[in-house]
Design a binder for this molecule. Structure first.
Ligand SMILES: Cc1cc2nc3c(=O)[nH]c(=O)nc-3n(C[C@H](O)[C@H](O)[C@H](O)COP(=O)(O)OP(=O)(O)OC[C@H]3O[C@@H](n4cnc5c(N)ncnc54)[C@H](O)[C@@H]3O)c2cc1C
Length: 396
């Protein structure tokens, strides 16, 4: 056997298919009772398997250039072609996101069909406990058994969604072989409010609206959802990828209104007798507008009476609302883990360790994290494919 792959998730299964295509034989060891559990859960069960537009800008890593080669060698178009050839119907949602029409199972079945070969053995319920290296070979222990091969592909994923079998095994293994691991954070999980913000925004749970959310230098204009504990929805999930403890989140509740002061000036003239709250209710959720304005008493003011100081106060509440989250929602909600095995000692062309020939890290375990929108699975496909194509031949 040419390679042992630890983890039968998106990256591991893809690397197995690519290895088989190159005439190699593989053993896949998966701790869960079934392969590909995260694929089945992804995209709300419909698997947002890639995106029409994939650029390095959609990925976060200490080395933003690292992802380029793999994404180029096996691109979103290559994966779309695989899906089309398998006859899987799919559709495009907003922002180029591609989903399966009849569910994520189709993607997993496609990957499993690709590895259905006498040269591939998939063992489920096989939790790898230790790995050692001797005379150019990796020995892997699982369930009181040992397997040995020239190549070892670590496709163990991140820490998110522990209920789907997430473990820190890949990070521990990396450290065992002298690789560094960056700080890890749950990401694409949204935010939790501090106790005082929870109090301030009480009663607003369930409100969902399009807003512009800014975290650091990144802004997202998409839906946000207020929950009883914090902020969710695509814009909040995306923002959480760029958030570090202590960072402020800025929200524009009226993103379509470019010249807010001009709108106020005009309403002052045309609707001088109406209250601000009445007018705001026609362009945003009344419940939200009332909750934001009540503490200031601005809501009851007539438009004609608004002063420039009132304008500034309203701008702070509606266009530049800010808060400092207590934290992000946590690994049980996170779609991914931000950070991972440092890329400096990994070849960006092949995903092979620069220190240990034949040792590969692929998918989420690496310090490459994509935005919401199909990018994390595309990274799993791309990194898995290049590793599978670049295994060391026997005896070299
Ligand atoms: C709810 C949810 C929805 C998502 N939706 C999308 C989406 O629509 N689009 C998108 O692009 N991304 C999505 N993601 C992210 C995406 O699913 C992951 O980034 C991707 O699956 C990572 O693939 P992977 O192969 O690296 O890791 P995983 O898919 O996590 O696979 C790792 C595998 O390794 C196994 N393993 C771990 N340790 C051991 C061990 N010691 N021995 C043996 N096996 C082990 C695990 O059991 C697991 O099966 C979603 C994530 C979640 C949690």
């Amino acid at each position: 056997m040419d390679a042992i792959i630890i983890g039968a998730g998106a990256a591991g299964l893809m690397s197995a298919g690519a290895a088989l295509d190159s005439g190699k034989s593989v053993l896949i060891l998966e701790a869960n009772a079934k392969p590909g559990l995260k694929i089945l859960t992804s995209g709300g069960g419909r698997c947002n398997f890639t995106n029409r537009s994939v650029t390095p800008h959609e990925f976060v890593s200490e080395n933003p250039h690292f992802c380029k080669s793999a994404l180029h060698q096996f691109s979103q178009d290559d994966f779309i072609q695989m899906v089309e050839e398998a006859g899987i119907p799919f559709y495009e949602k907003t922002l180029g996101q591609l989903f399966c029409q009849q569910g994520a199972r189709a993607i997993l079945d496609m990957l499993l069909k690709k590895i259905d070969s006498p040269d591939c053995t998939l063992v489920t319920g096989a939790k790898v406990s230790t790995v050692s290296h001797r005379d150019g070979f990796f020995s892997v222990c699982y369930n009181d058994k040992t397997a040995t091969a020239k190549n070892l592909i670590v496709a163990t994923g991140g820490l998110s969604f522990p209920k789907l079998g997430a473990t820190d095994f890949g990070y521990r293994l990396a450290k065992q072989f002298g690789h560094k691991v960056t700080k890890l954070y749950p990401a694409l999980d949204g935010f939790l409010f501090s106790d005082s913000d929870r109090q301030r925004l009480k009663g607003l749970e369930g409100i969902s609206l399009e807003a512009r959310l800014t975290c650091g230098r990144r802004s997202f204009t998409e839906n946000i959802l207020l929950t009883h504990v914090g902020l969710s929805g695509p814009a909040a999930l995306k923002g959480s990828l760029f958030w570090s403890p202590g960072d402020q989140i800025l929200i524009d509740f009226l993103p379509a209104m470019a010249d807010w002061h001009a709108w106020l000036d005009q309403k002052k003239r045309t609707d001088a007798k109406k209250t601000l709250l009445t007018l705001l209710s026609s362009i945003m959720s009344k419940r939200l507008a009332a909750a934001l304005l009540v503490p200031t008493k601005l809501g009851e003011k007539r438009m004609g009476d608004l002063s420039k100081a009132d304008y500034a106060q309203m701008t702070g509440l509606l266009k530049k609302f800010h808060f400092i989250p207590k934290s992000t929602a946590g690994y049980h909600k996170a779609e991914v883990t931000r950070g991972g095995v440092k890329t400096e000692e990994i070849s960006s062309q092949t995903m092979e360790s620069k220190q240990w020939p034949g040792l590969f890290f692929i998918g989420e375990v690496l310090d490459v994290t994509g935005l919401l929108g199909g990018y994390n699975l595309q990274w799993a496909w791309s990194s898995g494919w290049v590793a599978g194509k670049n295994l060391r031949p026997h005896g070299v």
